[in-house]
Structure formats: C-alpha cells, structure tokens
Design a protein around this ligand. Structure first.
Ligand code: FAD
Length: 476
C-alpha cells in the first residue's frame, strides 16, 4: 500500500500497542521522519512502540494482512536512510525503544542477551558491571540500539581486535513479516546445523524481519590499556607504522585510526573541549589503541616500544601517550567528533569505503587528485579505521561556496571516488550499509547472480514486500 494510512487501519494498529504507544502527533513524529545527515526526510502518520515480542508479532501479522509497509527504527542514527520512512506517507514506523532490557548475562559463558531496543551504551555498562567487555564502540553508542547495530552489521572502533557486529553475535530472535517468531537465541560458538539464518538477518537493514533479541559475545576486561596519538609526514608512513604495530602488538592492537591535519584542525576549532594534542603541525595523525589482558604494565611496555621503534624508523615525527583514562577518552573523543566537526564548515559529501589496507596510500592519492580536479578548492577530510582498511573519505565544501550547489554534486563525486575504490577491489559501503543512499549503486557493483540471489532471499522471506520496502534492493 502507498499513500496515507486509512483511519480504521491506524485504529487497528493502535489497538495492538495501546493509545499512548501509537504516536500520531506531528511534533512527536517529526524526529523519526528525518535522519542525522539531513539527506532524507520521509512522511508517516503512525509510529508504533510495541512493548513485547508478541506485540511486534501482532503488528507484523496485521501489516501482512493489510499489505502495510513497515519501517523498523531503533536509535535512528543510521547514516544511509534505511530507518527513514519513504515520502509516500503510507509507511508505519516500528520503534523498539520500549524493548530495551538486558534479559540475561552469563559471565562464565561470556554471553549477554539483550532486547533489540537495548541501547548500546547500556549493554557496554551491563558487561562492565560483570568485569566483562562488550567491544562494539561507536560515536553514536549513547543512542543507537542493538537491533539497529545488528541490522547494519555495525563496525566502529574495535573491529581490528574483535570484529564487527556479525562476529559479536551468537544468536537472534526475529519477528518475520508474517508475524511468526523465530527463536534463534542460541548461545553456541559451534553450531553447524544447516543454513545460517542469523547471518541473513545481520546486515539486512530491516528488510527481512524485525530483530527483537540477541545473544551477544562478551570478552574479559583488559587489564592494560594505552592510547597514543602520533603525528606523521605521510599516509605511507601511517601504513608502515600500522605494519609495525600489527607485528609488535598482534591481537593486543585494538584500534589504529587515521586522521588528516585538516580533520584535527576543524575538530579543535569546532568541537568544544577538543584541543590539538601535539605542539607542532603534521600532515597525518594516527590514534593507536592497545589493550592487554595480563597486566597494566605490559600495555605500557608495548606502547613505549612501538613508539620508540616508530621514531627510530623515521615514521613518527612526534607523539604523545595519554597519561590518564580521561586523556585516553579525550583522544578518542577527538577522533569520534571528526564527522560532526565538519558541520560548521558547510556542506560535506561523504563516503564510507574500504580498500585492502596495503592500497590505502594509492587510493588516497588517486581519489584526492580526482576530487580536486572536479572541485579544485574542496577540503578533503579522509579519516577512519585504517586498521580495517575503512576510510570515511569526506569532503568539505570550498570556503565560501554555495552549500546547496556543493551538496548537489554528491552523486557525481561518489561516482568518481567509488570507481577508484572498485579498481582497488574495495567496497562502497564498509560499515554504514546500503539503505536508500546506495541502493541504486548496489545493482551496478554486485554481479547479476548476487543481486538475483538477494532478491530471491528477500521475496522468500517477504513475498508481500512490506519489510522496509525501497531499502537495499529496488523491488516493486
Ligand atoms: P537505526 O538508525 O534506527 O536503523 C538503522 C537500520 O537498521 C535501518 O535500516 C532500520 O530499518 C534497521 N533496523 C533498526 N532496528 C531494527 C531492528 N530491530 N530489526 C531490524 N532492522 C532494524 N556505524 C558504524 O558501523 N561504525 C561507526 O563507527 C559509526 N559511527 C557513527 C557515529 C555517529 C555520530 C553516528 C550518528 C552514526 C554512526 N554510525 C556508525 C552509524 C550508526 O550509528 C549505526 O549504523 C548503528 O548501528 C545504527 O543503529 P540504530 O539503532 O540507530 O539504527
């Protein structure tokens, strides 16, 4: 169904969750109709907040019966418009914000069971209270929720050591478009019993079902933790320093982030409380994060040795080690605020790409040349999870340029950058997903057989195409 929702249909949905959990007032709906970057603004006259898996199931049964499109939304921090309703006005938003409990935690088995609407930061805290670590960490962790993290297969800052959300999940509970409930809340590391349904829902961006619960993996809390910030002359030196760090630290290397001078400058200028940690200026910076499980001393020794060898090899121009937990947080805050720091600089055109790590310098040089050929005074702010080969290749508008005209070139610049990414065997969406933003591009970068298999999976789970239609795949 498209177009606005009929009053009797709104009434039937409302009865399933109760008046106060069926949001219709324009002012209350407004924050759910737009996303963080202001790229998409949809329409909807109904947002449902179910309080239980059975209520989600009842919603989906009615949606199937009436062919009503459903858009799952949890934290609304997604960056590709997957959680934003379409402009038709006929989509019903289902938010799991009331289903936000930690159901169980087993520190011996190192697992935690959470509702799909549990806030990521709450999951981290619950693990910490049991001297355990849930390693997924994102700039949006105070508001994004586990269902959204799973649906986008979120990455973040510790993928290097612990993997992305797919690697951090053992089991799922999902409500299917028909309203059937699949209880796959298994706590097993080893389970080779047929097709892996869990992996289909992870990263599906709400197009196959609604994730209402998950079994998440925990890890021992590290005893040693060190964070350093190093200034470097080139991206080639950053790559060589990464190689050195990977060799010296092995699995203790938890994060290796890359930042350009321009990124550090605007973050210090535009984000309150952030200052440039080093006295001089450097072309590039890396944030190095090391965690050890045996002792605090071993992390310190490892970091000191890495920096000494980095200096001796001529890779590091200057460096500072955070002297307290507060300073460690301040360094990470700087890195995580880099995207927000671009906002006061005007429009920015963004890319979330990955290439094989060894190709990062070559990719950067070619992309810079191509972008500057198209927009000569563009200010490139390419930063990201270098250790994962994932670069947020962002471009701020030239000073004084017209913001709307600059943003109007989004697709053109994406096409230029993505072509180079693909030449290096990379991905046009490393961690944010496809959503609406890259939907049409997906069809051109995946082979016909892959697209066909994806469509067949989609239609077998959701023959009526009511699960987040118009996202990831174009199916009419
Ligand atoms: P939403 O935005 O609500 O939804 C995202 C997608 O998941 C949509 O397609 C939606 O339909 C679907 N969905 C939501 N809930 C469910 C559910 N229960 N069942 C099925 N489908 C569902 N991402 C990274 O990977 N790494 C980062 O480092 C990172 N940093 C970020 C920093 C900032 C400041 C911001 C704003 C975003 C960042 N993101 C990052 C993107 C975003 O936070 C992640 O995509 C996050 O995982 C989305 O979670 P959410 O709860 O906000 O989901």
């Amino acid at each position: 169904m498209s177009g606005t929702l009929a009053p009797d249909l709104i009434h039937r949905f409302t009865q399933l969750v109760g008046e106060k959990n069926a949001i219709q007032a324009e002012a209350d709906l407004a924050p759910h109709l737009a996303e963080n970057r202001g790229l998409y603004k949809g329409r909807s006259s109904l947002l449902l907040k179910p309080g239980s898996v059975d209520e989600v199931s009842a919603i989906m049964k009615l949606a199937t019966e009436t062919r009503t499109p459903i858009v799952p939304q949890t934290g609304n921090t997604g960056l590709v418009g997957g959680q934003t309703p379409r402009e038709t006005g006929g989509d019903v938003i289902v938010s799991l914000e009331r289903m936000n409990k930690i159901r169980d935690i087993d520190p011996v088995a190192n697992v935690l069971i959470a509702d799909g609407g549990a806030i990521l930061a709450d999951v981290q805290k619950a693990a910490e209270a049991q001297q355990r670590l849930f390693p997924l960490s994102l700039g949006s962790e105070g508001s994004c929720r586990i269902g959204g993290n799973l649906a986008t297969n979120a990455g973040g800052t510790a993928v290097l050591a612990y993997g992305n959300m797919r690697q951090l999940c053992l089991g799922l509970e999902v409500v299917l478009p028909t309203g059937e409930i699949w209880n796959g809340l298994r706590r097993l590391k080893k389970d080779n019993t047929g097709y892996d349904l869990r992996d289909l829902f992870i990263g599906a961006e709400g197009t196959l079902g609604i994730i209402t619960g998950a079994v998440l993996r925990l890890f021992p809390q590290p005893l040693g933790h060190q964070v350093a910030f190093a200034g470097l002359a080139s991206v080639e030196d950053a790559l060589a320093l990464f190689e050195l760090a990977a060799r010296l630290c092995g699995t203790c290397l938890t994060g290796f982030e890359l930042m350009p001078r321009f990124g550090v400058e605007i973050t210090a200028r535009n984000i309150e409380g952030v200052r440039d940690p080093l006295a001089g200026q450097h072309q590039w910076y890396t944030l190095i994060d090391i965690s050890t499980s045996d002792s605090a001393d071993s992390a310190e020794r490892m970091m000191t040795s890495l920096l000494e060898q980095g200096f001796e090899a001529g890779l590091i121009e200057d460096a500072a080690i955070a002297a307290s937990v507060q300073q460690q947080k301040a360094l990470w805050h700087m890195r995580e605020s880099m995207s927000d720091a671009q906002k006061p600089e005007g429009g920015s055109i963004k890319h979330d790409v990955s290439v094989p790590i060894s190709k990062i310098p070559a990719f950067m040089h070619r992309a810079d040349a191509a972008v500057l050929a198209a927009i000569p005074d563009a200010r490139i702010c390419a930063f990201g999870h270098m250790g994962d080969g994932n670069i947020h290749y962002n471009i701020s508008q030239p000073i004084g340029a017209d913001k709307a005209a600059f943003i109007g070139r989004w697709r053109e610049i994406n096409t230029i950058v993505h072509a180079i990414v693909l030449e290096y065997g990379g991905s046009i969406s490393a961690e944010h997903g496809i959503g609406q933003l890259k939907r049409d591009e997906l069809a051109s970068i995946r082979s016909p057989i892959e697209i066909d298999l994806m469509r067949r999976i989609k239609t077998s789970f959701d023959p009526a195409n009511i699960m987040n239609p118009g996202k990831v795949l174009a199916i009419s």
